[in-house]
Design a binder for this molecule. Structure first.
Ligand code: GLY
Ligand code: MN
Length: 523
C-alpha cells in the first residue's frame, strides 16, 4: 500500500531530465524534412522503427541507426510515423510513438520520457506505443485505397523463415490491406546519412580522439608475455573513462598468427617476442563511431621482414590518401592506387610472381549452352580454363575502407563507388596478411597453382604469421581532407611510442597475469 502511494508521487515530483538528444532538435527536424523531400509522390507515409527493448532488461540497448538519425530519441520500442499532408499541402506530419511512463517498469529501466515529455525534448508530437498498430492499420487501409505506398525502415529479417519483429508488423499490415505496396526507406535515409553535418563530424572527431588515446595507451603495454585481453581491457577502459559510450565494434587484438585473421576478436593469447600484434579498435562517442588500426612489433622493434611488410602497407595507405586529398576524388580510384602499391610491394618481396599476376581461383564461369549462335562452340567442362584472380588478393582480401558515423560501417557519399566530398567521413585501411597455411588451405590444387606454390613458397614461409593493417579515419570539409586519427603511424614513430609508453606505464600487471595463469593451470 505504501509502495502504491509512493510510486506515482515520486514520478510526479521527479525532475525533467535535460534534453537527451545528440544534436539539436532543429537538425533532426531538418533531416526529416530532407527525407520527406526525397520521397516520391507515390509514397504516402513513412514508418521508421526504433530498436526493441532487449528481451532481458539486463542487456544493454542500442538504438536503430536510421531511427536515431531522424529523431535522436534514445528509448526502446519507439517508432516514427510520417504521413503526407492531405489536400495537396506540401510535406509530412510526423508523430513519435513512445513507451508511456510506467512507474512499476521504471523501477527496472529508469525513467522514461513518456508521451508528455517528448514534444519539449524532441519537437515531435507523441502518442503511446500501444496506439501504433491501430494507427498503422488504418493508415495501411487508406494508402491501399488511395494507391499510395508505405516506405519503411525496419530491422533486417533473418530470411523468410524468421521475420524480425518489424518485419512481422509489416507482414501483418500487408495481410490486412492486401493492395498495400511497401517499399524500403532505408536507401533514402542512407543517402542522407552519407553526408555528415558539422555536429556529426564534431562527434566523430571526439570518438577518434578517444580512440587515439587508447591506441597510445596500448602502445605502452604491448610486450612479450602480455595477454591480448590485457591490451583489450586497457583500450576499453580508456574509452569509457574518456566518456565514450562503448566500443563501436568488438575490439580486435590479434598477435602472431591471429594478426592474419581479419576479425579475430577472441583476444586471448599470450604475445611472444618476434611477433606483430594488430590492434583494430574504435570508441563510440555521443553515438558516433571511430575505427583505428595500428600494428605493433611485440618486442618493441620491427624485424627487417616485418618492417618490409609494414612499409608496403603504409605506402599503400599513403597512395590512397594522396588520391582522396584531391577535390572531386573517387574513393574507387584510391582503392585502385592502394591495391597497385600493395601488388608492387608483394612482388618485390617474392610473395607474388608479378604485380598483375593471377592464379586459378575457381572453376570457369558456366557458359550457357549455345550462348551465341555465331560464337565458338562451348568448350567441354573439363577443358574450360579456370577463373583467374589477382595473386595480390591472396594477401589483401578486403575493401580499402568504409564510411564511419552512427555505425562503424556507415553510409558515405563516396564509399565505395562515389565521389568523396564535404561531409564524407571514412577509413582507409589497407592490409597484408601472410597466413601460414595459405598455400595448403587457400590455393585450389591445379597444375598452375602447384607451380605458383613452388615459386612463392619460400617467401610465404619467411613472412608467415605477419599480418599488418594500418587504418586511419578521415573527414572532408570545405577546407579539404582532414586526417583525424593522429596516432603514431610510421614504423619508427610506433617504436618510439612503445618505448616512451613503457617508461611511463611501468611494468604491466604481472601479478594479475600470474593469477589468470594459475586458475587456468587447474582447468
Ligand atoms: N574495424 C573492423 C572493420 O572495419 O571491419
Ligand atoms: Mn574499419
Amino acid at each position: 500500500q505504501g509502495a502504491q502511494r509512493l510510486a506515482p508521487r515520486a514520478v510526479a515530483g521527479a525532475p525533467v531530465p535535460p534534453s537527451p538528444l545528440l544534436v539539436s532538435a532543429d537538425e533532426y527536424a531538418a533531416r526529416r524534412r530532407a527525407l520527406a523531400e526525397r520521397m516520391p509522390d507515390s509514397v504516402g507515409a513513412v514508418v521508421v522503427f526504433g530498436a526493441r527493448e532487449p528481451e532481458a532488461d539486463y542487456l544493454s540497448f542500442a538504438q536503430s541507426p536510421d531511427f536515431n538519425y531522424l529523431t535522436g530519441f534514445g528509448e526502446p520500442d519507439a517508432a516514427l510515423v510520417m504521413v503526407r499532408r492531405a489536400g495537396g499541402a506540401d510535406g509530412f506530419d510526423a508523430v513519435l510513438f513512445v513507451q508511456p511512463r510506467d512507474p512499476a517498469r521504471e523501477v527496472w529501466t529508469g525513467r522514461r520520457m513518456g508521451v508528455a515529455g517528448v514534444p519539449a525534448a524532441t519537437g515531435l508530437a507523441a502518442r503511446p506505443a500501444g496506439a501504433l498498430r491501430p494507427v498503422l492499420d488504418s493508415l495501411a487501409a487508406a494508402l491501399a485505397a488511395g494507391g499510395r505506398m508505405l516506405a519503411v525502415s525496419a530491422a533486417a529479417s533473418q530470411g523468410p523463415e524468421a521475420l524480425s519483429p518489424d518485419g512481422q508488423v509489416v507482414a501483418a499490415l500487408r495481410r490486412a490491406a492486401p493492395g498495400l505496396r511497401v517499399v524500403s526507406a532505408s536507401g533514402a535515409v542512407a543517402r542522407l546519412r552519407g553526408t555528415k553535418s558539422a555536429a556529426e563530424l564534431a562527434r566523430i572527431r571526439r570518438a577518434v580522439d578517444v580512440t587515439v588515446r587508447a591506441q597510445r595507451a596500448a602502445m605502452g603495454l604491448v610486450a612479450p608475455g602480455v595477454n591480448e585481453f590485457e591490451v583489450q581491457a586497457l583500450i576499453e577502459y580508456t574509452f569509457r573513462r574518456s566518456g565514450a559510450d562503448r566500443p563501436s565494434f568488438a575490439t580486435i587484438v590479434g598477435s602472431g598468427p591471429n594478426s592474419t585473421t581479419l576479425h579475430y576478436n577472441a583476444d586471448d593469447r599470450v604475445m611472444r617476442a618476434g611477433e606483430v600484434v594488430v590492434m583494430d579498435v574504435g570508441a563510440s562517442y555521443g553515438g558516433y563511431a571511430a575505427d583505428v588500426t595500428r600494428t605493433l612489433p611485440v618486442s618493441g622493434r620491427f624485424t627487417a621482414d616485418q618492417r618490409a611488410v609494414y612499409q608496403l602497407v603504409r605506402d599503400a595507405q599513403a597512395a590512397a590518401e594522396r588520391v582522396v586529398a584531391a577535390p572531386g576524388a573517387r574513393y574507387a580510384a584510391a582503392s585502385d592506387s592502394a591495391r597497385a602499391t600493395v601488388a608492387r610491394g608483394l612482388a618485390r618481396l617474392g610473395l607474388i610472381e608479378a604485380p598483375d599476376a593471377t592464379y586459378d581461383c575457381g572453376p570457369a564461369p558456366a557458359v550457357a549452352p549455345n550462348a551465341s549462335p555465331n560464337g565458338p562452340p562451348n568448350a567441354s567442362p573439363g577443358a574450360a580454363p579456370a577463373r583467374q584472380c589477382p595473386q595480390a588478393g591472396l594477401y589483401f582480401m578486403h575493401g580499402l575502407g568504409h564510411g564511419i558515423g552512427l555505425e562503424v560501417h556507415d553510409p558515405d557519399q563516396g564509399v565505395p563507388g562515389g565521389v568523396v566530398g564535404p561531409g564524407s567521413a571514412f577509413t582507409i585501411e589497407p592490409g597484408v596478411y601472410v597466413r601460414e597455411r595459405l598455400l595448403e588451405d587457400v590455393l585450389p590444387d591445379t597444375p598452375r597453382n602447384r607451380r605458383l606454390a613452388a615459386r612463392i613458397g619460400p617467401a610465404v614461409r619467411r613472412y608467415a604469421n605477419i599480418g599488418v593493417r594500418i587504418e586511419d579515419d578521415y573527414a572532408v570539409t570545405a577546407a579539404g581532407l582532414e586526417w583525424l586519427s593522429r596516432a603514431p603511424r610510421e614504423a619508427a614513430e610506433v617504436e618510439a611510442a612503445m618505448r616512451a609508453g613503457r617508461l611511463a606505464a611501468g611494468r604491466p600487471a604481472a601479478r594479475d597475469r600470474a593469477l589468470v595463469e594459475s586458475y587456468r593451470a587447474g582447468w
